[in-house]
Ligand binder design. Structure first.
Ligand SMILES: Nc1nc2c(c(=O)[nH]1)N[C@H]1C(S)=C(S)[C@@H](COP(=O)(O)O)O[C@H]1N2
Ligand SMILES: [Mo]
Length: 263
C-alpha cells in the first residue's frame, strides 16, 4: 500500500506542479525532501508533506468536494474497520440508545464544552451527498447529515495556538498488553474549518447506524476514509500531535499511512 501511494502521489504531485504554471522558486514546497535520513518511512513522510503543500497551494483552502444528486446513492454505506465495538462503555451507550452520550471539546479552547445528541441535532445542520473513498480501493456515495465542526469550534473559542483537532474514539482497534489501542485521528485547522467537515449523526436520512460510527462520526470530505473518525467521544485542540498514540496523528498513521490523505 505504502509503495503504491508513494509512486502515485509523487506522480500526481509532479504533474500538478508542472501543470499549474505556478512559480515555485523560493517556495518551501521542495524543502521537505532535503536533509532526511534515507529510511522508507521518512521518504514516505516527505512525499506526503510535498503532496500536502502542493495540494494546498493549487486547490486553495476553500475547494469543495463534489456533491451528488440522490439518484447516485446506489447501495448502503459499506461499513469498514470497527463496525460493532464491544468496549463495555460503548455497549452501555448503545444500551441506552445514546441517551447518556456527550460529545466533548477540550484542549486549546477558551470554553471547554460538551453536547448531548439532542443538543447537536437541534443546531443548524448540513446535509451533503458525497463519495467516500477507502484506501483499500472501494468507494460509496451516501448522504451525511450533521453539524459543521467550525460551528462547534466557534462556540468553544479555539485558542490561536491550536493547530490540530484530534478525534478520540470509543472503539478498541487493536488489542494490546496494556489494555488495547483506541482509534484516533487528527486533521489541521484548515480541514477542521472546511464547510463540508461535519460531525455527522445521520446517514441516508436515518440516525447513523452503529456499523458506520454511531452516535457521531466525522466527515472530512477531501480526505480518504481512514481520516473520518467514527464513534467519536471527544475532540482535543492541540498544537502538537506528539503526545497522542505513537505521535503520527492517527492509528493508521502510527502504522505507516500518510497523515495527509487528500483526494
Ligand atoms: N473509530 C474508527 N473510525 C474509523 C475506522 C475505525 O476502524 N474506527 N475505520 C476508518 C476507515 S479505514 C474507513 S474506510 C471508514 C469507514 O467508514 P464506514 O464504516 O462508515 O464506511 O471509517 C474510518 N474511521
Ligand atoms: Mo478505509
Amino acid at each position: 500500500m505504502a509503495k503504491f501511494m508513494l509512486s502515485r502521489r509523487r506522480f500526481l504531485t509532479a504533474a500538478t506542479i508542472a501543470g499549474s504554471g505556478l512559480a515555485l522558486s523560493g517556495c518551501d514546497v521542495f524543502d521537505a525532501l532535503g536533509d532526511r535520513d534515507s529510511t522508507v518511512r521518512s521518504v514516505i513522510e516527505s512525499a506526503n508533506d510535498l503532496t500536502y503543500k502542493a495540494q494546498r497551494l493549487v486547490l486553495g483552502r476553500e475547494a469543495l468536494a463534489r456533491e451528488y444528486p440522490k439518484s447516485e446513492i446506489r447501495q448502503p454505506q459499506r461499513p469498514n474497520g470497527s463496525t460493532d465495538p464491544d468496549d463495555p462503555y460503548y455497549r452501555s451507550l448503545v444500551a441506552s440508545n445514546f441517551a447518556d452520550y456527550r460529545f466533548e471539546i477540550g484542549g486549546l479552547v477558551e470554553k471547554p464544552l460538551s453536547f448531548s445528541l439532542d443538543e447537536l441535532r437541534n443546531m443548524p445542520s448540513r446535509t451533503q451527498i458525497t463519495r467516500h473513498d477507502c484506501v483499500e480501493g472501494w468507494s460509496c456515495i451516501a448522504e451525511w447529515t450533521g453539524v459543521q465542526l467550525s460551528r462547534l469550534l466557534d462556540q468553544a473559542k479555539v485558542k490561536p495556538e491550536a493547530r490540530y483537532v484530534v478525534f478520540k474514539c470509543l472503539d478498541t482497534i487493536e488489542e494490546s498488553a496494556s489494555g488495547g489501542i483506541k482509534y484516533y485521528e487528527s486533521i489541521d485547522m484548515i480541514d477542521a474549518r472546511h464547510p463540508q467537515t461535519i460531525m455527522a449523526y445521520g446517514l441516508n436520512g436515518k440516525p447513523l447506524p452503529v456499523a458506520n460510527g454511531a452516535p457521531l462520526r466525522c466527515r472530512v470530505e477531501r480526505q480518504l476514509g481512514y481520516k473520518m473518525a467514527k464513534y467519536v467521544k471527544s475532540i482535543e485542540l492541540t498544537d502538537s500531535l506528539a503526545q497522542f498514540g505513537q505521535g503520527h496523528g492517527g492509528y493508521w498513521e502510527d502504522n505507516g499511512y500518510d497523515w495527509y490523505a487528500g483526494i
